[in-house]
Design a protein around this ligand. Structure first.
Ligand code: NAD
Length: 321
């Protein structure tokens, strides 16, 4: 069995590797080659923790396994990350445990890669202004990955606590791009591409904020009850997602579906656009939404890539198991 510890991930998996792994698995999901299994998520009644696992199988990439972990709110006080996860991969031919991989950085890289894939396939090619809603842990990964998808010339951002925006302005400065902290209305008026990555339970970006032609990657909503954007935006948008079943139940689209604004048949798997079976954006005026709910197959895809890289580069620990 191969072990790739958390500390090795940063030196192994680049953003381009994560992008390719996530794009390929979205394509496999849409063509029926890969399937996510039902998600388990439970409050364990200890340490206020939420624990669960996401699993699936990609027959095209032969990735079988699960990501196990969750949220331990007391970890920060112990000098640990609140979100903890590990990925377990199994040999698809024998069921033997193939690898255990640290999952914390992988989660950030695969989530940012999902938004990047959506921007590449759905945003206008002439998009120049990138807007970010949120300045938490994930936001920096999102910004870095998104900047590689278009020739952005400016970054605008909003966060509930504006002081945290400094981490985003630092990344913009590294890329030589002007950065502005703006209101949500200003952000909607300026941005061609918007990423939302917050833990909100009410809409922040409203229908009146969004201009025709905008692409929005909604990345923060991954649980029932969370919400980042006005459900009314869905009425005039083309809607894409990683997995339709998750989008309508725990993703950003849950509110528009519950309100009867759209139904599941108006939502397209992003993989269909990647595979060329759906045309994606059809006009410069179209609003596109990517509802990135986060699926286990993304974790398995990047973990498989990292195991291959660790073996090739000789940093994998191999144990008899
Ligand atoms: P974090 O705790 O580091 O940051 C949270 C962010 O949300 C901050 O910007 C904070 O200001 C903002 N926020 C919190 N409550 C808010 C409210 N009521 N109104 C406005 N803003 C609010 O979290 P993170 O690690 O950056 O993750 C951000 C979100 O992304 C989380 O909800 C997390 O569950 C989600 N997430 C989704 C995926 C996916 O695959 N879709 C993967 C990882 C994380």
């Amino acid at each position: 069995m191969i072990i790739v510890p958390e500390r090795e991930i940063a030196g192994l998996l680049g953003r381009a590797d994560a992008y390719m792994a996530v794009e390929a698995v979205f394509a496999a999901m849409a063509s029926g080659d890969a399937r996510n299994f039902p998600v388990i998520r439970e409050a364990i009644g200890h340490a206020d923790a939420l624990y669960g696992f996401k699993s699936g199988f990609d027959r095209a990439g032969l990735a079988l396994g699960l990501k196990s972990g969750g949220y331990w709110p007391g970890n920060a006080a112990k000098g640990l990350t609140n979100h903890q996860s590990s990925v377990f991969l199994f040999d698809a031919d024998t069921g033997k445990c193939r690898a255990v991989v640290g999952g914390n950085l992988l989660t950030a890289l695969r989530t940012a890669a999902a938004a990047a894939v959506s921007i590449n396939h759905l945003a206008r090619v002439d998009a120049r202004v990138l807007g970010i809603v949120g300045a938490g842990h994930q936001s920096v990964f999102q910004l870095r990955a998104a900047l590689e998808q278009r020739d952005f010339t400016r970054v605008v951002a909003w966060n509930r606590d504006p002081a945290k925006l400094a981490r985003l302005s630092d990344v913009a400065a590294e890329h030589g791009l002007p950065f502005a902290a703006v209101s949500l209305a200003e952000l909607g008026a300026a941005a061609d591409v918007i990423i939302t990555i917050v833990s909100a339970h009410e809409p922040l970006l409203m229908d009146a904020h969004i201009r025709p032609g905008t692409h929005i990657s909604c990345m923060g909503t991954d649980t029932k009850g969370k919400q980042e954007i006005d459900a009314a935006i869905f009425a005039r948008a083309s809607v894409f997602t990683d997995e339709i079943a998750q989008s309508t139940s725990i993703g950003e689209a849950q509110h528009a579906v519950a309100a009867g604004i759209i139904s599941a048949d108006r939502i397209t798997a992003l993989g269909a656009v990647i595979n060329g079976t759906h045309q994606g954006r059809t006009s410069a005026d179209e609003i596109t939404i990517f509802d990135g709910t986060g699926v286990g197959l993304q974790d398995l895809a990047v973990a498989s890539a990292v195991v291959d890289l660790a073996v090739t580069q000789g940093v994998a620990t191999i144990v008899d198991f």
